[in-house]
Design a protein around this ligand. Structure first.
Ligand code: PXG
Length: 292
């Protein structure tokens, strides 16, 4: 079935949803985006995703041509047009059509499109048996050059790392900061469970302030566990009790091998399991209703 795509204020068929070859989103990766999930007829953490979208846009001095309320309604309308109850929403704002030069002033109108589709999930076995991951040699972009906290359309840094994981035959890879601290994965944040604490890299090391990362920090707090946000190196990962990744697509997913070192018991650890159950409960009951 052909999808209905929101494109610049209109709902158009997938085949008609086209952007110009002069769009600076395509020519320069000049734009921002969000990846959002819908569960059980509700859009999960829509407000947080819109806040991050506006923060990313503000950082690149891109004026989103819709109010937040209009964008919220456009997301929900796209879900309705595709009769979505569970799925994946991609929201993209590019600099728009310009000329063959970098100058964003040549782009009078940003392009906005929203895709609401079903999601390709990781196989269920990954959640029970855990992932094998490697450390990528490609370092995460330094925040001095391009802050990974902005969810920009320029994902080549992550894609180069992703290619390393594909070549290694593993589903994800850890990315380090330029000075060797664990930053995040190619499309997920990372948490390490030690004997008496849980730690995740701080955003200032250079990573995305993940929406799922924050959900997990809050769920841990409800369990009476304070998640530390601190710098750490690979040794901390190799000798962890549990390691798990968080992301909109992956949700909360265990890691059982890092660079050939086994973590935990070779299956999902007790805290990761508990978090997954709490997460599942949360996403079923919370979010912006699509159909009310
Ligand atoms: N770090 C990076 C670099 C990401 O791209 C996350 C962390 C997790 O953030 P959220 O807010 O989702 O908890 C992401 C987001 C995909 C895909 O197709 C994954 C992401 C974004 C877009 C596509 O796997 N992850």
């Amino acid at each position: 079935m052909s999808l209905h795509i929101y494109l610049d204020g209109e709902m158009v068929a997938e085949e008609e949803a086209k952007v110009s070859v002069f769009d600076h989103g395509l020519l320069y990766g000049d734009g921002v985006f969000e990846g959002i999930r819908a569960y059980n007829g509700r859009v999960f953490r829509l407000d947080e995703h819109l806040t991050r979208l506006w923060d990313s846009a503000n950082a690149i001095m891109l004026d989103i041509p819709l109010s937040r309320e209009e964008m919220c309604e456009a997301v929900l309308a796209t879900c309705r047009a595709n009769e979505l109850t569970d799925g994946y929403i991609r929201l993209v704002v590019t600099r728009g059509k310009g000329d063959l030069g970098l100058d964003p002033r040549k782009c009078p109108r940003p392009t906005v499109f929203i895709i609401a589709d079903v999601i390709a999930l990781y196989p269920e076995a990954f959640y029970q048996e855990g992932l094998e991951v490697i450390t990528c040699t490609t370092r995460r972009t330094s925040p001095d050059a391009l802050d990974p906290g902005m969810k920009s359309l320029n994902y080549l840094n992550n894609i180069l790392a992703k290619i390393e994981t594909v070549r290694a035959g593993v589903p994800e890879g850890i990315m380090l900061s330029s000075d060797g601290y664990v930053a995040e994965c190619t499309g997920d944040n990372i948490f390490v469970v030690r004997d008496d604490y849980v730690v995740t890299p701080p955003v200032h090391v250079g990573n995305l302030r993940g929406i799922t990362r924050q959900v997990v920090i809050d769920l841990l707090a409800e369990m009476g566990i304070e998640a530390q946000e601190d710098l750490f190196r690979l040794l901390e990962v190799y000798s962890a009790k549990e390691v798990f990744l968080t992301g909109t697509a992956a949700e909360i997913i265990p890691v059982v091998t890092v660079d050939g070192r086994s973590i935990g018991e070779g299956k999902i650890g007790p805290l990761t399991q508990k978090l997954r159950e709490a997460f599942r409960e949360l996403v079923r009951s919370e979010g912006a209703p699509i159909y009310e």
